[in-house]
Write a protein that binds this ligand. Structure first.
Ligand code: NAP
Length: 358
């Protein structure tokens, strides 16, 4: 049996998803939603750069709603980026869920509980109406800073502190919408200040979800999730894959979100983000890391040159979740509810040398 998949949007992550679904024996692409008029009517495979798949992209929501499919891989930008109410994403999820399709998104809402019971209730109600399942995933959040430290705690006798540090250079991330509109890079300090609430709503939402999920999974009652941030301006005009970051505009952001319990920072998520390697030389450089203080003490480093692969990794986490989500009971299912998601069907076993071709 092949799971019938609709791809929602065709940016970096969406194209990776289409390419992978096309290769999987247990999945079949049956539809694609695009926002741009230019892409509507094009073949999904051609948009993804792999030749025709016989699936036409549409920007007609009603057509998507009416389609027979098991799951929608939703890899769009948050509605907030377009100045729309952030709840517009929830409206879209609910329409898809109520039409009987499960939704796997990379846009956020990995642990929707942090936005209050009303939001989760809406999603649950839509799932109930459609007999469908909602799940959100990613790479960070959605793997590096939450699932990996949680996996490591399986070896712990005592945990005093979990400290995750992401160090990313976004020089090669080809999305002006994400870099400039969503994260506020390339803005003058005055422009950034004006929209600071918007950037904070989105970024802090994502990493609050990740900290709260870790805390709940480990049974820690947090008193607060504290947030702090500093920015660095571009020392010169910087060429990046998203476009020019002009001298004197925001080119570095260093955030920390800390889950506090007993007056101490127990779960810390730090992000050191640069638009170019020349930015903020005094900040931490090198690998992403996860440190768990306690007994035993554990420390893992990850090669930070991952952004190209990171977009693919984000897409694959969604694609690999398809069977788990489609086979799950209806409702909102976070990582804490689903079985351990692994890359089933991804191993390429080489043909034995000397084997005769039939
Ligand atoms: N958690 C993680 O680790 C992680 C990592 C990377 C990305 N992400 C998330 O994954 C999503 C996709 O990232 P990406 O790099 O693929 O972004 P991207 O290349 O900028 O593509 C995003 C797509 O959004 C679509 N779009 C256009 N108008 C829109 C609108 N009004 N509302 C919503 N979407 C609209 C476009 O679709 P069409 O081209 O089809 O018209 C565009 O291709 C983002 O939400 C990003 O934050 C998460």
């Amino acid at each position: 049996m092949a799971y019938k998949v609709i791809q929602w949007s065709s940016g970096n992550v969406g194209k990776h998803a289409v390419r992978a679904v096309a290769e999987r024996d247990n999945m079949k692409l049956v539809g694609m939603y695009v926002f741009s008029d230019q892409k509507a009517g094009m073949d999904a495979g051609e948009i993804a750069g792999i030749g025709k798949l016989g699936v036409k992209a549409t920007n007609d929501l009603d057509k998507i709603i009416a389609m027979d499919a098991d799951v929608v891989l939703h890899t769009a930008l948050p509605s907030l980026v377009y100045g729309a109410d952030p709840m517009a994403d929830i409206d879209t999820f609910c329409a898809l869920l109520a039409s009987g399709k499960s939704v796997i998104t990379t846009v956020g809402y990995m642990y929707p509980k942090v936005y209050g019971p009303k939001l989760t209730k809406r999603l649950e109600e839509a799932c109930r109406r459609g007999g469908s399942t909602f799940h959100s995933t990613g790479l960070n959040p959605g793997w590096l800073g939450d699932l990996l430290p949680l996996t490591m705690t399986a070896l712990s006798k005592r945990v005093d502190k979990i400290h995750v540090r992401e160090i990313s250079n976004f020089q090669h991330y080809p999305s002006p919408e994400i870099m400039f509109d969503m994260m506020g890079f390339g803005k003058t300090p005055a422009q950034f200040k004006k929209d600071a609430e918007r950037y904070s709503f989105w970024l802090s939402g994502l990493f609050r979800e990740n900290i709260q999920m870790i805390a709940d999974a480990l049974g820690v009652k947090l008193d607060d999730i504290a947030e702090s941030t500093v920015r660095e301006l571009a020392p010169a005009d910087l060429e990046t894959a998203a476009g020019l970051v002009k001298k004197g505009t925001v080119a570095g952001q260093h955030w920390e979100w800390a889950g506090i319990a007993g007056g101490e920072k127990i779960i810390v998520h730090e992000t050191v983000w640069r638009m170019h390697e020349s930015v903020a030389p005094g900040w931490a450089t090198g690998d992403h890391s996860i440190t768990i203080e306690g007994e035993p003490r554990m420390h893992v480093n990850f090669d930070a040159r991952w952004i190209g692969d990171g977009l693919q990794g984000t897409a694959m986490h969604a694609v690999n979740a398809v069977p788990y989500v489609c086979d799950a009971p209806s409702g909102v299912k976070t990582f804490l509810d689903l079985p351990w998601i692994i890359g089933k069907g991804t191993v390429h076993v080489p043909e034995k040398k000397g084997k005769k071709k039939k």
